[in-house]
Design a protein around this ligand. Structure first.
Ligand code: ADP
Ligand code: MG
Length: 247
């Protein structure tokens, strides 16, 4: 039986800003249905790598394949077209509009696109039920919590049929209870075959959630490990580059 191509295969990704190397020859392979954590200190180059994947940045060097096909994204629109979705660190939502309105905003008025609000609302409700993303579809963004606003971002990606979801430090803005709920949502997404990349520097979350973890330090990939076989102490050590002793 032929093995499926990885959902994501980034090879030798280098990204220069001037002569600063934000990414230096990074490889990242994510299988379909996998939850893959990206671990690294602030400034390590994690968001840059994901911005390359999502078509926000062009890599200076390197190759990106999606489902085995080489891609050359000119912008996020191309990435979305190939099944990518991104839940940003800072949400890009319009406060005075409702959940459903925000989800359909930005929809390209191309042939077959669903612009009818009633039909869109049904699709949003269906998606939120399927993945346990409880939300009031008619609430205004300005009236809902940050955790709910993040769900809107997730639903927005799913509404556009995202199969590969990137989460950039999604738990930084959440309460402990919201974090537990997000972990359950991400697991439900992966169980349905979605591929997940999650940026975090919280080791407990990685242990609770991810199967694989790629550690990035100063723009370079240090290692990619099976999370089940790696302790939090080992992850921390790879992240900072030296042994950490706790009393
Ligand atoms: P992380 O997400 O791991 O915290 P980033 O990928 O955001 O790190 O940033 C990596 C490095 O690249 C940082 O030193 C940051 O200042 C730099 N950098 C990121 N984006 C830009 C940019 N658009 N222009 C110049 N430097 C950038
Ligand atoms: Mg970042």
């Amino acid at each position: 039986e032929k093995k499926l191509a990885p959902a994501v295969e980034m090879r030798g990704i280098t990204k220069l800003f001037g002569d600063f190397k934000a990414n230096d020859g990074i490889d990242l392979v994510v299988e379909k249905g996998e939850i893959h954590a990206l671990l690294g200190e602030n400034g390590a180059g994690k968001s840059t790598l994901m911005n390359v994947l999502y078509g926000l940045y062009k890599p200076t060097f390197g190759e990106v394949k999606i489902n085995g096909e080489v891609v050359d994204f000119q912008g996020p629109k191309d990435a979305i077209g190939k099944g990518l979705g991104m839940v940003h660190q800072h949400f890009m939502l319009f406060q005075p509009f409702t959940v459903v309105e925000n989800i359909i905003l930005g929809e390209e008025p191309t042939k077959g696109a669903v612009l009818d609000k009633k039909i869109a609302r049904e699709k949003v409700v269906e998606l939120s039920n399927r993945y346990g993303l409880k939300i009031d579809p008619d609430a205004k963004i300005e009236d809902i919590s940050v955790g709910m606003q993040q769900r809107v971002e997730i639903l927005k990606a799913l509404y556009r049929d995202a199969e590969i979801l990137i989460f950039d430090e999604p738990t930084a803005v959440l309460t402990p209870q919201e974090i537990d709920e997000l972990i359950a949502i991400i697991k439900a997404l992966a169980a349905e075959g979605k591929s997940i990349i999650i940026i975090t520097h919280k080791l407990k979350e990685i242990k609770a959630l991810a199967e694989k973890c790629t550690i990035i330090r100063r723009g370079q990939r240090i290692d990619t490990v099976d999370v089940a076989n790696t302790t939090e102490a080992d992850l921390a050590e790879m992240m900072v580059g030296r042994a950490i002793k706790f009393n």
